[in-house]
Design a protein. Structure first.
Length: 220
């Protein structure tokens, strides 16, 4: 390799580092080379490929600042230290506390789950089951799966004892208006507004937010 080519490669890497992300055509243009030659250099540089934007963007190995999930977002372009979306999701699921739903996975990776989760029906490393009428993905390692599933069941049971966001607002408003009435009366007051919320759910919610003492009795 002559000095001119070596200087051009160094200049291109410097430009690449400053721009943070580039397409292969931009890299080829900077190198004054063909796309095939540019891809050869990119392989030597160990570049990461974006998992959205149809994989059009690349970044140098040392550029990304990956978050706790191994993801890096730059100008609405996502990269993963796990190299591809499939391995990323497998890692996310396997390290999760109680498995992940399609919606939760989509929120983490920043993509609409309907656009890719159909590819995860049978992927080594994870398995899926239906919970509350939606699929939840777990590790396929027996010990990890057992712990995740147990915690998912517990979390689901606890969730049933909490009101929806809309109901939570209603409870808080009525609790502020009537701070001294019993939980039972508070439930009746809310019911008079056309909303039915069980007293035990109201009590659980208020206790969770330290708004009443732990042993409030549901009586007049």
């Amino acid at each position: 390799m002559n000095k001119l080519n070596n200087d051009l490669i160094k200049k291109t890497k410097k430009f690449f580092r400053e721009e943070k992300i580039l397409t292969v055509n931009q890299i080829a243009l900077a190198l004054k080379s063909s796309v095939v030659s540019a891809r050869r250099h990119m392989k030597e540089w160990e570049t990461f490929t974006s998992y959205n934007k149809k994989g059009r963007y690349y970044t140098l190995f040392e550029v990304p600042e990956f978050d706790k999930n191994g993801l890096w977002l730059y100008n609405d372009v996502f990269f993963t230290k796990h190299r591809n979306l499939k391995q990323t999701i497998v890692c996310l699921v396997r390290k999760s506390v109680n498995g992940l739903s399609s919606k939760e996975i989509g929120e983490i990776v920043g993509l609409d789950p309907s656009s890719f989760m159909h590819h995860f029906r049978d992927v080594p490393g994870i398995c899926r089951e239906k919970h509350q009428n939606r699929f939840v993905y777990f590790s396929d390692e027996t010990a990890v799966y057992t712990k995740q599933r147990e915690k998912k069941i517990i979390a689901t049971q606890e969730l049933k004892r909490f009101p929806s966001d809309t109901h939570a607002i209603i409870i808080l408003v009525q609790f502020i208006k009537h701070p001294k009435i019993s939980i039972q009366k508070l439930s009746e007051q809310i019911f008079s507004l056309g909303v039915k919320i069980k007293p035990e759910i109201i009590e659980c919610f208020l206790e969770h937010h330290d708004l009443i003492k732990k042993k409030t009795v549901i009586k007049q």
